[in-house]
Design a binder for this molecule. Sequence first.
Ligand code: PLP
Length: 470
Amino acid sequence: MAAESEYNAWFQSIHDPNERYQVDEVVYRAKDGALLEVVHDKDALRKTSAQEWKDLFRARNQVNQFPFGSGVWGKKEWVLPNIRNENVVSMFEGHTNLFWAERYGNGLGLDDLWIKQCGNTHTGSFKDLGMTVLVSMVKEMIARGKQLPAIACASTGDTSAALSAYAAAAGIPAVVFLPRGKVSVAQLIQPVANGAIVFALDTDFDGCMEIVQEISQKDGIYLANSMNSLRIEGQKTVGIEIVEQFDWEVPDWIVIPGGNLGNVSALAKGFDLMIDLGLVTKRPRIVCAQAEAANPLYLSYQKGFEVFEPIAARPTIANAIQIGNPVSIDKAISALKRYNGIQIGNPVSIDKAISALKRYNGIVEQASEGEIADACAGADRTGLFNCPHTGVALAAMEKLVKSGTIAKGERVVVLSTAHGLKFVDFKVRYHEMKLEGAGSQYANPPIELPASYGTVRDEMLRQIDQRFSG
Ligand SMILES: *Cc1c(COP(=O)(O)O)cnc(C)c1O
């Protein structure tokens, strides 16, 4: 890709630094099946001082000058420097708020707990951060004359919502493959509303992934799943944004839920670049949280990451991270050969995630369905409105506080990955006490009474007394 700025970035195999591709090439994996990553010309970036980068990012903060007001494109030089601004497809994603979870934290004995609300964004999940980069690159490629009839993905719900919105904004056809009956109503209706070609297939996520890969190989449809490392470049801005929000102070802990493990790798990649360029000197400790029902990384962590054994992911309320990884077919097997087997329950970014966790003295924790539901509901009681994936991270964090691993005075950031409004079905079941595996200890069903003043008043006073006394 012709350099239009003094900066440059390219795809590079995570196994072989000499295997490189231009970022406008249609390539998803290295020759040996390894994942690619976007690598930046750090010498060029170093010509700007750490303080100058901080000042530049701050100055662009939410300005209306397209596309720099976006949390992702405000850091364009670090993300995808050589894309023309006119081809950027942005909804001013990023810049999500940090919720100071004072009451929730106090209840746990933490003084300094924050929730990064990545779900407060256009399509309601952090997937927007990566999709803006991927769809922009496709628009740029089409402008340069590449024949790309559509962009497609298999999805557990949020990737397809993000793809559909950005593709619709760009006027590029989107095709999404969803496992029939396995995504929430909100997740299904988003691509429908945005005019994507929506296939609900009688299979699970794995089955959808197989179809989309075949279609991308045989029919030249551009693949938007997370082995596409363009998405990681956008997602990596989240860690930079968190630190920026704390005036460039690095928190002690960041807790993040993991399924395909792209996001935890992205988080670490953003920190790596900040450290490389001198913006910060400390690394946070990263906790990757998994649902017990889909915990291959947790099991590997238990064995010191010496072995990785794929598992068949079981159903979980955290449906976006119920990954029995289909992406890692043939090519992935050779890429991931140091972990035998590899077909099901194999997160696509396992290599990157493990190396990220090692660099960050990382921890993997798991949570049961009941723990997830109660963590969500307990935190909701303090003003949050959590999605179940955020619940996985909250439950893991609560366990690490209880075990003393996370200490009272430490600054903890939990990454909330989606908006709770996308997952009301599970909340309804929880509060109806119909959620399997959950004790529903915070169930708060509406109180049904005849419309009579005396009866209502008596019950109301009883409730106030019961809930808010002491
Ligand atoms: C995609 C997704 C995740 C998992 O992210 P990975 O990069 O696959 O680990 C977690 N939570 C939500 C809400 C998601 O949409």
